[in-house]
Write a protein that binds this ligand. Sequence first.
Ligand SMILES: [Zn+2]
Length: 216
Amino acid sequence: MVRFNLFGFPVTIEPFFWLLCAVIAFAGMPPSGGPEVLALGLTKAVVLFTAILLHELGHALAYKRFGSPHAAITIHGMGGLCTGSGHFTPKQKISISFAGPLVNIILAGVGFAAMKLLPAESSSLPYVAASTLFIFNAFVAALNLLPILPMDGGRIAEQLLGPRRIRTVAIIGIVTAVLAAAFSWLSFSFLILPFLFLYFAYQNFQILQRSGRGRF
Ligand SMILES: [Zn+2]
């Protein structure tokens, strides 16, 4: 377990995160790779770590902005989590949820701009760093904005529709998660994603069951 403070927020990194980093960074790399493959993999790992950490820092800064300065960040085997406490208005909750993906949208923009400025050589480390910065951050932003609880997009949908529409939010979550599982099964070789989405679909189904037969 690695622990440190970032701008006053305690950060914990669980060991399984390094496994996720290694799988994503070195997937598809030639097994006989030398120093160049290692440099590319490490670059991808650093960009992934930065994308997830700064996403959570975005949530933490938003918590602080709305009067909750003691948010804590955990980076785990499935991504990250930022926990804060306090009473917030629906608008503030939406801002806190959106602050994480917003950081990734900005970083993706920086990566895209750098790609345009650098000569397009797939083997050059700066170009790979820029394209990875763009792709990873665009992916993290899009993934988190899907309207599936407990992800940021699901929390935003929950606030937009209001607490009386929790069944609608859960149904949207189930449909989106099943479609996303099918899409990621067909599109990516990274097999964790379909199972993660099916798990989210199950979680949203449980929310639907718990919410009883209220209005939606
Ligand atoms: Zn988030």
